[in-house]
Design a protein around this ligand. Structure first.
Ligand SMILES: [Zn+2]
Length: 130
């Protein structure tokens, strides 16, 4: 009887390879973007196809790196305008005008909690356990 590889390990391997390909395609997209925007978009689309096919999550580092509408790579100051407004990071795609807003309340909260902890320590008071 042929030895069967465990389905779980096989799947994990497949997903690892998919992530690798997504990385490569995004790196290519950003590299060719200054010279060939259409080709850059094509690379992003291929990365998206790989991601869907392998059913993996889009790696965090690329999640906000492309426009959801026109698939153009978003380079702040070049193809994207990035502004902070009302507790959101507002990213506007300069290729198609699509706007995405990401709240940063979590970061604000973390920073506040951190500062609070620091103050407590400086005063020599241990922070109460919430
Ligand atoms: Zn766009």
């Amino acid at each position: 009887m042929a030895r069967r590889r465990s389905a779980r390990r096989y799947n994990a391997e497949k997903k690892r390879i998919a992530i690798e390909r997504i990385d490569t395609l995004f790196e290519l997209a950003f590299r060719v973007f200054p010279y060939d925007k259409a080709l850059a978009r094509r690379y992003v689309e291929l990365a998206l196809a790989v991601q869907r096919k392998a059913k993996v999550r889009m790696p965090k580092r690329w999640k906000r790196a492309y426009c959801r509408r026109c698939h153009s790579p978003l380079v702040p100051g070049v193809s994207a305008r990035v502004r902070l407004r009302d507790g959101h990071v507002v990213t506007t795609c300069l290729e198609c005008g699509n706007v995405r807003r990401h709240p940063y309340v979590r970061e604000q909260k973390e920073r506040r909690a951190e500062a609070e902890g620091r103050r407590e320590r400086e005063r020599g008071v241990s922070a109460p356990r919430a």
